[in-house]
Design a protein around this ligand. Structure first.
Ligand code: HSE
Length: 303
């Protein structure tokens, strides 16, 4: 007996927090909040969405996941076949948790599968990083855990995934307003002094060494940054005070991606430090919520 089964493919991509303070456009951390897509062949494009912030998810050809899949098909001189696409989103949109990077990764993965391109995760990562323009969010979204990444002169993303020591706890505190990455990149200077560049190199390398070994000694200084956070502060009420917070068990805070959310590193059993961050947002007139509580270890899943 022949059984006809609909060929449904499922793609799951984690949220991510980029930069980690000193690692601007370089470091990313995958978070246990997900964008899940399912798709199957269809006569015409049909998109449904459920979950968080669905009012910000278009359900026509302007959808970023679909547009990405179409762009990938075009780059391969192919046409993206019509699909029925189901989207389930847990990731706050416009809050600095890599929502557009997850959409790009999902779109590339969907095109690769629909067109039988036989692309592995590294090829999907190259394509998504090229589309995004910087590799930090997409590298974490594809590989999971903490990732340090760069795009080389040939457009290939070089990424190394770190196993996060269990002694680090992370969470993301999200205020009630959104910011566009384009706008938050437009406030950055075009040039930096040698002093500021060396300042960040020192801290970013300390941070990677700390994450790789579980050594907390250089925290919170390792999150300190002169390349992006000082220039973005004016757009995030409460951020200046949050980055200065010091408390037992608090390892450090950083703007999550281009903001406005805050990534918090803390020690085991020190969850109460999250209330200090929320308190600073509150004093600045902002409501806030803790949206992510932990790291994703698996990265992109296609089944
Ligand atoms: N590294 C990026 C930035 C992340 O800070 O602008 C946001 O996409």
């Amino acid at each position: 007996m022949t059984t006809l089964m609909a060929a449904v493919t499922r793609v799951r991509v984690p949220a991510s927090s980029a930069n980690l303070g000193s690692g601007f456009d370089t470091l990313g951390l995958a978070l246990n909040l997900y964008l899940e897509c399912s798709f199957e062949p269809s006569d015409s494009l049909a998109i449904t969405a459920s979950g968080r912030d669905i009012d910000s998810i278009p359900r026509d050809e302007t959808n970023l996941i679909w547009r990405t899949a179409v762009a990938v098909a075009k780059s391969q001189h192919r046409k993206m076949p019509a699909i029925r696409l189901g989207i389930r989103n847990e990731i706050p949109i416009g809050k600095g948790l890599g929502s557009s990077a997850t959409a790009l990764v999902a779109g590339v993965a969907i095109a690769a599968r629909a067109l039988h391109l036989d692309w592995d995760h590294h090829r999907i990562l190259d394509e998504a990083a090229r589309l995004e323009g910087h590799p930090d969010n997409v590298a974490a979204a594809v590989l999971g855990s903490a990732v340090t990444a760069a795009i080389d002169a040939d457009g290939v993303t070089r990424a190394v995934r770190l196993e996060m020591p269990p002694t680090f706890r992370v969470a993301v505190v999200c205020p009630g307003f959104v910011l566009s990455t384009d706008r938050m990149r437009s406030v950055l200077p075009n040039c930096y002094s040698r002093e500021d560049t060396v300042f960040n190199l020192q801290r970013a390398t300390l941070l990677v060494a700390g994450l790789a070994t579980g050594n907390h000694e250089a925290f919170p200084e390792a999150f300190n940054d002169r390349l992006h956070q000082p220039h973005r502060m004016a757009n995030v009420p409460g951020m200046e005070q949050i980055l200065k917070l010091r408390a037992p068990g608090l390892l450090g805070c950083a703007l999550s991606g281009s903001g406005p959310s805050i990534l918090v590193f803390y020690e085991e059993n020190s969850e109460s430090v999250l209330e200090l961050v929320r308190g600073e947002f509150g004093r600045s007139g902002q409501s806030s919520e803790v949206v992510a509580h932990g790291i994703d270890e698996e990265g992109l899943q296609i089944t």
